[in-house]
Design a binder for this molecule. Structure first.
Ligand code: ADP
Ligand code: MG
Length: 610
């Protein structure tokens, strides 16, 4: 007796449904896609009990006639492709002919549909694979599909469904993805008789983001686009400071289809590298258009993954469009002033006026006096280190050395060439600086760290870090693991401008060290780098490793918090801030600068409206 049996169609559909229809949200996704493919301009999604009881989708698309209705629930029934060649240029969201057959095999489904040529509508019912007859009925142009009691004959799967609220949040997510991808559609989502979202066509994607994600997120989005090498990319991206703890707010769309793609997500991460904490996820909405011939969507049952013919191109274009925008944007963090004191008595107008005047006078006083006078008169927490003539060679280990090989300034950087000082160091850690809109607070360590990091990245892109030979080799003992790590990563040390050589058994010696890192201790730095290599193991991503080492190097070599700086050193640091790109955040992603606007101050001091 043969043991092999060919499964009947309904079994095939139920198995396919396992892949395509995981929960109510998958039904919503598939049906929405069908409505879009049918050319709908308006779609209403009505859900009851998170879709466990009912999902009803009403569209005004092209509809189906009686013959198509009879076929629509057959497995592999599709109007969207005919021959294998069609697979290479898919322009519709669906094409596998699986969705209706799958849904029909696991729920009670009614479809009513009417084409624009027909004088009446037709309807068909399918109950867990049992198909009824097509019957004429009344109905307007377009299609209405009702899906009731999903999985009701499959208790194991029904049991797997979560609470209505959880299922509804999945539905909302799919609705959101489609709403963002198809802004020309009028869409509504209703739950238990209440409207959740009502989205009008022609609103634009930013408005949709505002409705779907809230004012705060939409408000701060930067916008950019790029069109090159057959790809058009439009991006809405948040500043690094708005990054989230999860990747939930990273939306990728390819020709109107929501996708997940690790190459693109990697490019996004790269674009924000060093601008935010490494374990955060930037908020981005990326809309990519490219010829459908240049990628394959037929690699995943729900078509959420695609395979690009040229993934490197996609990666570099996405990286370029985001990076360009981030580099050309001031990413300084706006100061979050505390909320105004509530016990401020606004009725005592006289006192308020006096206070206002005093503050005004003090401010204008401060910013008009020459720097040195202020320094001595008002702020006497000086350092013991007097800011003399600016001379890097003379500066001790605690001083700030300007960057070597920075672009040449128009005017030489000397104390004389500056305006009366408009900044001061507080607590030997922060620099206050007047700006056009108000003032900024600079974290001296974070900023210098950032400057060094950028400088090293730039140098590495050009070749190696320039190094200098140490007067004497600095030798140190190593473990076997460290020695191995060194052997396998010689190239990395070479790039960093660090020459290390064996110096006896289990001993290495540092011979050369990068000039940029002169504040760091060579042995300590090399040892820590070796430890990092040991920890990371053999198959580390080289590029990431380099950046991690640079992070470490910048941190070690940067001026510290608590370190007094001379005027000239501060001058130089602030100059470098403007020169080096992306200096708004340190490599670890902490802000380097926080700005406060006069407006904010005025609000705090209750001056608005005066
Ligand atoms: P696919 O979308 O992959 O073609 P489906 O099973 O989702 O497969 O749908 C089968 C067919 O039913 C579609 O190809 C289409 O012709 C028709 N169809 C489904 N939904 C609609 C709709 N809302 N309006 C018009 N036709 C539809
Ligand atoms: Mg479909």
């Amino acid at each position: 007796m043969p043991k092999i049996a060919v499964l009947d169609d309904n079994m095939i559909n139920m198995i396919a449904a396992g892949e395509v229809i995981e929960r109510p949200a998958s039904v919503v996704k598939e049906l929405l896609e069908n409505s879009i493919d049918a050319g709908a301009s308006r779609i209403v999604v009505e859900v009851e009990q998170g879709g466990r009881d009912l999902i009803r989708i009403i569209d005004d698309g092209g509809g189906m006639d009686a013959d198509d209705l009879a076929l629509a629930f057959e497995p592999h029934a599709t109007s969207k492709i005919r021959v294998s060649n069609d697979l290479e240029g898919i322009r519709t969201l669906g094409f596998r002919g699986e969705a209706l057959a799958s849904i029909g095999s696991v729920a009670k489904v009614t479809v009513t549909s009417r084409t624009s040529e027909a004088i009446e509508a037709h309807s068909i019912q399918v109950d867990c694979g049992r198909k009824g007859d097509v019957t004429p009925c009344s109905g307007s142009c377009g299609t209405t599909i009702e899906v009731r009691n999903l999985f009701y004959k499959l208790p194991a799967r029904r049991k797997f469904l979560r609470t209505p609220n959880t299922e509804m949040s999945h539905i909302t997510e799919h609705f959101t993805r489609i709403a963002l991808a198809q802004v020309s559609l009028d869409m509504e989502l209703r739950h238990n008789g209440r409207s959740v979202y009502r989205l009008l066509s022609g609103q634009g994607v930013k408005e949709r983001i505002r409705v779907l994600f809230g004012e705060a997120l939409a408000e701060d989005l930067l916008e950019t686009s790029r069109s090159e090498r057959g790809m058009q990319i439009r991006a809405l991206l948040a500043k690094p400071v708005a990054a989230r703890a999860s990747g939930k707010y990273q939306y990728l769309f390819l020709n109107g289809r929501f996708i997940r793609d690790r190459f693109i997500l990697h490019a996004v991460k790269e674009a924000y590298r060093g601008l935010m904490e490494p374990n955060k996820y930037p908020v981005v909405f990326l809309f990519i258009q490219m010829p459908p011939e240049n990628y394959d969507v037929n690699v995943h049952p729900t078509k959420v993954e695609v395979r690009f013919d040229n993934a490197n191109l996609v990666h570099s274009e996405v990286l370029a469009v985001l990076r360009d925008k981030l580099l050309s944007t001031n990413l300084d963090v706006a100061g979050q002033a505390p909320s105004p004191d509530t016990d401020f008595d606004s009725s005592s107008g006289f006192k308020a006026d006096q206070r206002k005047e005093r503050i005004q006078r003090a401010m204008s006083d401060f910013f008009s006096k020459p720097a040195s006078a202020q320094h001595q008169r008002q702020f006497s927490f000086s350092s013991g280190k007097k800011g003399g003539g600016f001379s890097p060679a003379k500066s001790g280990s605690g001083s700030y050395t300007p960057l070597p090989d920075m672009p040449v300034f128009d005017t030489p950087v000397t104390a004389e060439s500056f305006q009366p000082k408009q900044y001061l160091q507080v607590h030997n850690s922060y620099i206050l600086l007047q700006s056009e809109e108000g003032f900024v607070v600079v974290d001296q360590h974070a900023l210098h760290e950032r400057i060094l990091y950028e400088q090293m990245v730039k140098r590495l892109n050009e070749g190696n870090l320039p190094s200098q030979r140490l007067l004497m080799p600095h030798s140190f003992e190593v473990t076997n693991a460290q020695l191995e790590a060194y052997e396998s990563q010689k190239e990395l040390f070479f790039k960093l401008g660090i020459e290390v050589e064996p110096f006896g058994p289990n001993t290495l010696a540092v011979q050369t060290f990068p000039a940029l890192l002169e504040k760091a201790d060579p042995v300590e730095f090399v040892k820590e780098t070796l430890d990092k290599l040991v920890e990371e193991g053999a198959e580390t991503d080289q590029e990431r490793l380099v950046h991690e080492v640079l992070d470490m190097a910048a941190c070690k070599a940067a001026i510290k918090a608590g370190q007094p700086l001379s005027d000239e050193e501060m001058n130089q640091l602030l100059k470098d801030k403007d020169i080096v790109q992306r200096t708004s955040r340190c490599p670890h992603g902490r802000p380097t600068t926080i700005s406060f606007s006069l407006k904010e101050l005025e609000k705090q001091f209750k001056r608005t409206g005066f």
